[in-house]
Design a binder for this molecule. Sequence first.
Ligand SMILES: *Cc1c(COP(=O)(O)O)cnc(C)c1O
Length: 396
Amino acid sequence: MKIYADNAATTRMSRAAINAMLPYMEEIYGNPSSVHSYGQKAKEALEDARVRAAKLLGCSPREITFTSGGSEADNQAIRSAAAIGARKGKKHIISTAFEHHAVLHTLDALKTEGFTVTLLDIREDGIITPEQVQAAIRPDTCLVSVMYANNEIGTIQPIPEIGKLCSESGVLLHTDAVQAFGSLPVNVETLRADLLSLSAHKFHGPKGVGLLYCRKGIPLTPVITGGAQERGKRAGTENIPGIMGMAAAMEEAAVAMEKNRAYVTKLRDRLIEGLSAIPHSILNGDAEKRLPGNVNFCFEGIEGESLLLMLDAKGIAASSGSACTAGSLDPSHVLLALGRPYELANSGLRLTINELNTAEEIDTIIAAVSESVETLRRLSPAWKDLTEGKREFLLK
Ligand SMILES: *Cc1c(COP(=O)(O)O)cnc(C)c1O
């Protein structure tokens, strides 16, 4: 049996999303910038997708820019806010230590351009408080960027409260809502976000397409320069099939959200309960304020990468953290930010499930993880030291 439990990395495309794309590859393949009928039909579809996406996010269609995905949307949001800040002599940005690398590496680049960045520490529950943000705001702060839900540990951040205090302080708020869409309500007014990023492939849409919401009146700086597409905010021929697939996936995800959330939360809690029975293990991130499909554990005395390989051999697809850090043996920056010591941060296992998973699969995963952890511990010199009392256990 094959079990896919890596939905935070990417999801299977839905039939509706695939079907929504096909006509725009086979028949309506014009370039939306062309004046002939082929182009105009594509242009109509593009604007229709924008209207549908805007309706779901509670904004106006003009506030949506289609991008190549979440990374590009994050880059553009941050660079645009930074450019606005720089014009006013405000070059301080607040973010968190557990953002996606699309945010963190963009901030690193801005540091070389004279910006100062404050990365907020993460408490052990994996949640940033509005008080932390408030305390970090300075007269020269131009932007706060805090993700809505974390991609590794699934914790949900109090974005509406952070948004309120940002608007009171005259600071822009960007939120990376890539992991949230389809699992949590994403309405830009409720969230009080000025900028918000989404990526289609995280909610059963195609890869290589996403969007950036930008509140009216806030000028976006193009990251990709060239033609005048997307009202001059993003050059390049629009990815019409991708955009149509994303619009369909968004609608489907919004309709099914409540039902899926209830079902997936039950599976998640069953999985958490099962894995908690493994001795010397710990759940990373708050048990309740987390995405319905996210489970993330550390198991003392083992290496996450070995556990992954063993699970893969049993047909189970999981992750040791974000896909970007997988492949390198650096421990997850998120688990380190959470305060896990290096050797524990190296033992992380992320299982991200959704409505396509079943209770039987959950039980299979629990059995496979328990068995694999036991096997790895038998082979582990670190575990030997722990059991022989040469080193203290970090986890009960
Ligand atoms: C996947 C992900 C991204 C990147 O999106 P892409 O479309 O793959 O570029 C950004 N932020 C978060 C939180 C993600 O999970």
